[in-house]
Design a protein around this ligand. Structure first.
Ligand code: NAP
Length: 254
């Protein structure tokens, strides 16, 4: 039996990249997983197929984040999916993974870019947690996907880095506030991971070699490198870990 048998998890941004691998891993450990996505239905279906092929249980939830009513739409879809699975609205694990990047140095930042990054990466996450806390069981887990850009200066994406800094600070304060419910709250901070998000930065062999050189291990991260850490944080084994930002960058720029 897997470490998460009998648990229910909501993974945002699970149609692609890191979120897809997290959904697969948690389902592989026995959790029923809600595969949230924004608009890419085909990708979400692929995630569901992969989970089911491995013998896991999952269902889709569509909701664009960063727009009015986003959190309400998401939980309505989540509850409906749970009901179809014969479950009530309570759940055990919330992985806040959905996010958008935005390359812009300080002189290139526009109010529109700022508002979009804050809306998706910081604001939506806060209100997702706020509403989710009504249904998250005591002893539950909140795992926020942040970025190593909160530790390593990354002026090429200054506002993106800032929105993830907000996630780290939120994680710390929330963890203290939820200790009395035995809910742990942690962040995972990836470095460069091979996903659609940074495909443009991996456009040549030289560019890939440069990104790989950031890590002590000399390679770019894989979604599974991050998903394995999330699975640990979701499990009972992590019960004494809360309020932490776990570097998942392969020792980038140590
Ligand atoms: P990705 O491959 O671009 O996938 C993004 C996921 O988030 C997709 O499932 C996408 O849904 C969803 N999403 C994006 N914007 C959304 C919105 N407005 N509303 C609803 N869903 C939305 O990204 P990734 O690289 O796996 O990144 C996952 C997380 O890791 C992000 O928070 C990112 O900041 C963080 N991270 C990534 C890296 C990296 O190098 N890749 C490094 C550090 C941190 P659709 O498929 O429907 O679009």
């Amino acid at each position: 039996m897997g470490t998460l048998a009998g648990r229910t998890a909501l993974v945002t941004g699970a149609s692609r990249g890191i979120g897809r691998q997290v959904a697969r891993k948690l389902a592989g450990e026995g959790a029923l997983v809600a595969v949230h996505y924004g608009s890419n239905e085909e990708a979400a279906r692929e995630t569901l197929d992969l989970v089911r092929r491995d013998g896991g249980r999952a269902f889709p939830v569509r909701a664009e984040l960063g727009v009015p009513g986003d959190v309400e739409t998401l939980y309505a879809g989540f509850e409906a999916g749970l009901a179809r699975e014969g479950c009530g609205p309570e759940f055990d694990i919330l992985v806040n993974n959905a996010g958008v990047s935005g390359s812009a140095r300080i002189e290139e930042v526009t109010p529109e870019l700022f508002d979009r990054l804050v809306a998706v990466n910081s604001r939506a996450l806060v209100f997702l947690v706020q509403k989710g806390l009504k249904y998250l069981r005591d002893g539950g887990r909140i795992i926020n996907i942040s970025s190593a850009a909160t530790r390593i200066a990354y002026p090429e994406s200054i506002v993106y880095s800032m929105t993830k800094g907000a996630v780290d600070t939120f994680t710390l304060a929330l963890a203290k506030g939820l200790g009395d419910r035995d809910i742990t709250v942690n962040a995972v901070n990836p470095g460069f991971v091979e996903t659609d998000m940074n495909a443009g930065k991996r456009s040549s062999a030289e560019a890939c070699a440069e990104l790989a050189s950031w890590s002590a291990f000399g390679r770019i991260g894989r979604p599974s490198d991050v998903a394995d850490i999330v699975a640990f944080l979701a499990s009972d084994a992590s019960r004494w870990v809360t309020g932490q930002c776990i570097d998942a960058s392969g020792g980038s720029r140590l």
